[in-house]
Design a protein around this ligand. Structure first.
Ligand SMILES: [Zn+2]
Length: 366
């Protein structure tokens, strides 16, 4: 999908911790077209280990991105002047313009490799390598706390990002220099990005960054191409709005998605698959809310004056019943469903109750 790009290959002095980390990341990425992990392959080799840790379902090969270079990153071209960079866990994009580089986010996990990736690209295309603008997708440290590595830069973010960062008072996340409320069009050196805030979702300030000329959308922590979302519906701070944000993302006419996480770009089919998975999970949680009897938990714990015990055991069973059919349906289609579906089920179940008001056995007393 993306042409091979000359990567910085020389490995500077690496400490042992870094080598181990890179080895682990390298194991996550496969070269395009490689056939791996058919259930009897690399993951299966981990079975029988004595560390006491569980084995998870094999990762579908389609979920994995391109192999990383010796420095632990991959940089690829999305369109003429638009590029993306990943460490297999985080990803971001940047534009090379006639006046300098516009970088979106600065994930600390990619860290100094951001500059290496930018130099790989600008050395080849002859455009200036200095980063002149950084756009913050949202205030979370795991996506922007390498921003302090770049000086003399215009930092653009939602107004709420500024408030949240002021409160955080984190030197690794310098305050934005330019903020907006609803929309902002950024034009730099012949390139254009359209920034929009469609309300709170994953975080109160999470924005959509669209490159119309490349039909590429970046939105962090909403769609996870090839994978189930990260823990607890990507730790969404507003569950109904996060679910709606999937639809907002799909309403843009993009062909390529930069999702902020994992090692590959997204397609529209990836977005549709996640929407079906979340809709199935929501329907399953709703069915369990309608049918799961709380009486045994009341008799066992409620009558002992322990409502927390009652609700905890009721929720545990609800999570089990909600997740099981969905995990069975999507194993092999989405990576990590056996890892995080139960966490999604818990937050969805509780959100159905308190956000949507489907209280069922814990509703209005007769
Ligand atoms: Zn986040």
């Amino acid at each position: 999908m993306t042409p091979e790009f000359p990567q910085t290959g020389n490995t500077p002095a690496l400490d042992r911790r870094k080598i181990l980390r890179y080895a682990a990341l390298g194991a996550m990425a496969v070269p395009a077209g490689a056939v791996l992990l058919d259930g009897s392959g690399a993951r299966a080799a981990a079975t029988g280990t004595t560390d006491g840790l569980p084995d998870y379902a094999p990762i579908p090969p389609d979920a994995l991105g391109p192999a990383l270079n010796a420095n632990g990153y991959y940089v690829g071209q999305i369109g003429e002047n638009l590029f993306w960079v990943t460490d297999s866990i985080y990803q971001t994009m940047f534009l090379t313009t006639r006046k300098g580089v516009v970088l979106v986010d600065a994930p600390p996990g990619i860290g100094h490799n951001l500059m290496r990736a930018i130099e790989d690209v600008t050395r080849a295309n002859g455009r200036p390598s200095r980063v002149t603008h950084i756009i913050y997708s949202h205030y979370h440290a795991d996506h922007i706390s390498a921003a302090g590595l770049f000086s003399r830069v215009e930092r653009i973010a939602h107004a709420e990002t500024r408030s949240l960062l002021k409160f955080a008072n984190d030197p690794n996340r310098p305050l934005p220099t330019t903020t907006f409320e609803d929309r902002l069009v950024l034009e730099v050196g012949g390139e254009r990005l359209e920034l929009a805030h469609h309300g709170p979702n994953h975080s109160p300030d999470n924005i959509f960054i669209y490159a119309p000329e490349y039909r590429t959308l970046m939105v962090a922590d909403v769609l996870f191409p090839g994978w189930t979302p990260f823990l607890n519906l990507a730790v969404a701070q507003n569950i109904p709005a996060w679910i709606h944000a999937q639809d907002v993302a799909m309403s843009y006419p993009w062909k390529t998605l930069v999702g902020g996480h994992i090692g590959r770009l997204g397609t529209r089919e990836d977005g549709e698959l996640q929407r079906r998975y979340i809709a199935d999970l929501q329907a399953s949680a709703r069915a369990v809310l309608d049918t799961l009897d709380i009486t045994p938990y009341y008799l066992r714990y409620g009558t002992q004056g322990n409502p927390w015990g009652m609700v905890n055991e009721y929720f545990k069973e609800a999570v089990r019943q909600t997740s099981a059919p969905v995990v069975a349906k999507y194993t092999g289609k989405l990576a990590g469903v056996d890892v995080f579906t139960e966490s999604h089920a818990l937050v969805l179940f509780e959100s159905l109750r308190i956000d949507w008001g489907v209280l069922r056995p814990l509703g209005i007393h007769p």
